[in-house]
Design a protein around this ligand. Sequence first.
Ligand SMILES: NC(=O)c1ccc[n+]([C@@H]2O[C@H](COP(=O)([O-])OP(=O)(O)OC[C@H]3O[C@@H](n4cnc5c(N)ncnc54)[C@H](O)[C@@H]3O)[C@@H](O)[C@H]2O)c1
Length: 262
Amino acid sequence: MERGLRRFEGKTAVITGGATGVGFATARRLAEEGARVVIGGRRADVGLQAEEALRAAGLEAAFVAADVADEVQVRLLMDEAVRRYGSLDVLVNNAATFSPGGFMETPWPEWRRVFDVIVSGAYFCTKEAARLMIAQGAKGRIVNVSSINSTRALEESSHYNAAKGALDQLTRNTALELIGRGIRVNGVALGFIDTPMSVVDGVKEHETDWFRDIYVARKKIPQQRTGKPEEAAGAIAFLASDDASYLCGAVVPVDGGLSITF
Ligand SMILES: NC(=O)c1ccc[n+]([C@@H]2O[C@H](COP(=O)([O-])OP(=O)(O)OC[C@H]3O[C@@H](n4cnc5c(N)ncnc54)[C@H](O)[C@@H]3O)[C@@H](O)[C@H]2O)c1
């Protein structure tokens, strides 16, 4: 990070799925810039480890167990953030789930699970966070973590891609409806970021021959590499900060240029 930036001093940020990957890097970045961060996630063991790692670095962080697909748990998560730290200023809708599968082979429960987490999760979290942000009369910022696949087709990803497409529409529609109430909503569309989600069937997709051939050697990704979680976090922190004061409903690609070569 750029040393010395303290854009979130005195602010409270909730990051869903914030114990791993992009979410954890975002929690760290916001906390390094002065935020008190609340990590919302399903898995207590991983969540408590993340909390401990941030606290060991002298940062203010708390893990709260919550499944974003459960409205009641989401309400408790947001209420706990305010109870603990006194306000809720930033929400990062980052939690997602995905297991690859062809459209014809994807059973209804799996299709619904992906939509429950990505779309309904963002719906519940945005609604509950906005309720508190509006009640406190302060400025709020919401950043939705999407994917470049929200506007593109890819084999074995119809459920995930359709859900991310819906998430982008939620970004635009909530941006429109909430801006007049002091809340700015934007999103990032991530490309290939090196995280636990990029391991498919035990194989890191970035280390496969097809990835090296198509994306690196043939420059499908102009920057010829994957992104680091910290690079995604930098863009998310920007959108959550006052530096992005004139961005409203934007979904910003963070993909090393991949979307310009499609
Ligand atoms: N890694 C990539 O290449 C990539 C590309 C495009 C978009 N993204 C997006 O970035 C975000 C972060 O993903 P990541 O790559 O860091 O992977 P990740 O698997 O490390 O992060 C996802 C997190 O969400 C949590 N989660 C899943 N279901 C949940 C639920 N019901 N309630 C609460 N938490 C839940 C997981 O436990 C995990 O901590 C996701 O929205 C993902 O779709 C990632």
